[in-house]
Design a protein around this ligand. Sequence first.
Ligand code: NAD
Ligand code: ISE
Length: 336
Amino acid sequence: MSLRLGVIGTGAIGQDHIRRITRKTHGARVVALNDIARAQAQAFAERERLDARVVETAGELIAAPDVDAVLVTSWGPSHEELVLASIAAGKPVFCEKPLATTAAGARRIVDAEMQGGRRLVQVGFMRRYDAGYRALKQTVDDGTIGAALMVHCAHRNPAVPEAYVGDMAITDTFIHEIDTLRWLLDDDYVSAQVIEPRRTRNAHAGLHDPIVVLLETRKGIRIDCEVFVACRFGYDIRCQIVGETGAADLPDPPSVALRSAGRASTAIQMDWKQRFVDAYDLELQEWITSTAAGAVSGPTAWDGYFAAVTADACIAARQTRRIVPIEIGARPRFYG
Ligand code: NAD
Ligand code: ISE
């Protein structure tokens, strides 16, 4: 029997996930949609000829008896409330990153889930499903480059919308590296620092772009990551791990090596939807399969909380221009 899904938030990634559930993955179908921009959700449902109704409120969608599980793909600040409501209704919930925009919010989710006694939450940290990152992790795990010492990363977006403001470079963008590097290195963070280089004139008003984030891990590994969201030239995700006996780079997505008009070149993708398309497909397929089997197999609410605590430290480091310690208690047994 196929899993009946309700989707809250029919913007960019909501639409993308609905299309993949409808056309690519198997074992689930979308039966209900909700968005505070109701007309946009309705227009999307009609355009895609979805066999799903548009529901007036998110609460109504979560409570609907024919919705077995919930997909939260609305704006970050709405996630906490919607995930808490799903837990209260006893329904499995896949929440796009960030789980919550503050550590306190993510902690409330962890506490509610533990109180309910059953794991229901998965967070959309899809890079763990990317073939390139998995190959990089394998290289680190099998000891090919010796012990990891340093990591150099870049997270570049060609542009971001006007609604991308404040600390979103950390809570919305760098949050991917926070989760992925912790998983890659099998390590936790102990401190954060943020440096602001010269500001690009291409950033919209109110956004300081780029920034550089420095993290230190418990094992003493030093991480530097450039976050540059108005870089113009491409959606460019880079990660190099330097070890005692070698260095390993995240592979670029395959692209024809072109020799033309006096130049040798390869393409850089322009869009996260394409860059990680296979990872999103696999992530959602595994979520559907494990949810149907009554389990959570992907990144947990604890992972979301860990990321939020680290993000809070980065924000404090940026505001104070100091190195801020990161302290997280022991992982509860509930999370394995
Ligand atoms: P978007 O602005 O395109 O869409 C968000 C939608 O949510 C809008 O249609 C808005 O009307 C709706 N919305 C906001 N609050 C709501 C609420 N309380 N109830 C119902 N609907 C509500 O944004 P997006 O790019 O689709 O991002 C959505 C979320 O997905 C963000 O948290 C973002 O960080 C995440 N995201 C993740 C990835 C990834 O790589 N994993 C990529 C893009 C976006
Ligand atoms: C967006 O929400 C994503 O998650 C993309 O993967 C990221 O690159 C972008 O910076 C975010 O805004």
